[in-house]
Design a binder for this molecule. Structure first.
Ligand code: FAD
Length: 402
């Protein structure tokens, strides 16, 4: 179920395994996706898909300075290429691998488990049966069972693709995080922090997006828009033409699904968004083949397996114990970061990007084995200034009392 990046990734791999797939989605699979997806170039290269990038930047920087001392104004150079998928090329490449699949325009409203089969009841009244159903309808799925751990932190962003009175970033530059707070008053500095994510698209067009890493409740789009305009205006920049506006809101620390349910999930509904970075597309491309292979092998060995057992086998490879432990560490880290004020947060990221590149990039892509991830986190702790260390140990609000 679904026709977003998660659905297309998993359907493509199921088809490659020779399985029979019936796809149901509220919109056509070739309808353009509403979001543009960014990814570190090394991740797409390792998947052999670098040709699907529509844009690629080698000049990739962040700013964690305080806007007062000169050192703080110097950008941190990441020396690591970043890219944006050419959305239609990615969608077409995945759809090509889905050849032969029957896509039906249907919205699922109820799932019924009947032992050997699962039924999907749709708004149209049509009912579809399958040996196992995979929910890839995004993080709002009402069908997936997951524990309630209280309010879920969300990444929110407001962005503009447009033309500006003067360039908001250097020519051919990508800015991952511009945390310079020199446009903020003392009162504004106490509010939950946000940063600028920006890039040069060429031919006088830039994308600028004010982003809040994670917050519960999330920062509103109107607040982020105000912040974006204040940031630009402080630098004497005006937006002259808005070509496209992006409103972004998705959960960062959605609890992991119950792995004992008879419905499988993939993508946002399976809590696959990286809790520390908000990225997911690389993980979808890496993890879809394993899940598809597991299902194909299970069915080949025992053709009569029922939905419950098949789903269980799927959950076992989708969320292995190793991945669950890594996810818990990331969630712990995100909770700590969410308690940091802007100065502590800037100090944290300045330290984070001083880690060896393979460590910070592996951390962000979730490709470090658990043991390495623990070592990297300990190393980060050791490298951090005391105020960050205390925040990491106790959370910043508690740390203020110490
Ligand atoms: C604005 C924005 C920007 C993002 N940028 C990035 C990025 O740069 N890089 C990155 O890696 N991640 C990014 N993410 C995070 C994540 O990758 C996306 O949220 C991604 O779109 C999630 O994919 P998905 O396929 O799980 O869900 P979705 O993209 O939400 O797709 C869900 C699909 O299910 C269908 N559907 C919904 N309900 C039903 C139903 N009841 N029955 C049938 N079909 C249904 C929908 O029509 C849709 O086709 C971004 C998220 C947002 C919101």
């Amino acid at each position: 179920m679904g026709a977003g990046p998660a659905a297309l990734c998993i359907v493509a791999e199921l088809v490659q395994q020779g399985l029979q797939v019936q796809a149901l989605a509220s919109h056509a699979p070739d309808q353009p996706w509403p979001n543009t997806y960014g990814i570190w170039a090394e991740e797409v290269e390792s998947l052999g898909m670098a040709s699907l990038l529509g844009h690629r930047w080698s000049n990739t920087v962040s700013y964690f300075g305080n806007g007062v001392d000169l050192e703080g104004m110097t950008p941190v150079q990441h020396h690591f290429d970043y890219g944006l998928f050419d959305q239609s090329a990615l969608q077409s490449a995945l759809l090509l691998k889905c050849a032969g699949v029957n896509w039906r325009l249907e919205t699922a409203k109820e799932i019924r488990f009947l032992g050997a089969h699962t039924e999907v009841v749709c708004n149209s009244g049509n009912i579809f049966q399958a040996r196992v159903v995979i929910d890839a309808i995004g993080h709002k799925s009402p069908f997936i069972r997951r524990p309630n751990h209280g309010p879920v932190a969300q990444q929110a962003a407001y962005g503009v693709v447009g033309r500006f009175s003067s360039p908001p970033v250097d020519s051919r530059q990508f800015v991952l995080m511009d945390f310079r707070p020199d446009h903020l008053s003392k009162a504004e500095l106490k509010e939950p922090p946000s940063f600028l994510y920006a890039m040069d698209f060429g031919e006088g067009v830039f994308f600028v997006e004010e982003t809040s890493l994670a917050c519960a409740p999330p920062l509103s789009w109107s607040n982020l828009k105000e912040r974006l305009y204040a940031r630009l205006s402080n630098r004497g920049i005006e937006i002259q033409e808005v070509l496209h506006e992006e409103h972004c809101l998705f959960p960062m620390n959605l609890p992991l699904p119950d792995r004992n349910q008879s419905l499988l999930a993939f993508g946002g509904s399976a809590s696959m968004v990286h809790p520390a970075s908000g990225y997911m597309v690389g993980a979808l491309l890496r993890r879809a083949p394993t899940l598809a292979k597991q299902l194909a092998e299970a069915i080949a060995i025992e053709p009569a397996l029922d939905s419950e057992i098949l789903a269980k086998k799927g959950w076992q490879v989708l969320w292995t114990n190793e991945l669950v432990q890594r996810h818990r560490l990331y969630q712990f880290g995100l909770e700590r970061l969410m308690s940091f004020d802007e100065a502590r947060l800037r100090s944290f990221f300045a330290t984070f990007f001083r880690l060896p590149r393979e460590d910070w990039s592996g951390f962000l892509a979730n490709t470090l084995p658990l043991s390495r991830l623990v070592i990297v986190m300990l190393r980060l702790f050791a490298m951090s200034p005391w105020k960050v260390r205390i925040g990491m140990l106790f959370g910043a609000s508690k740390a203020k009392e110490i």
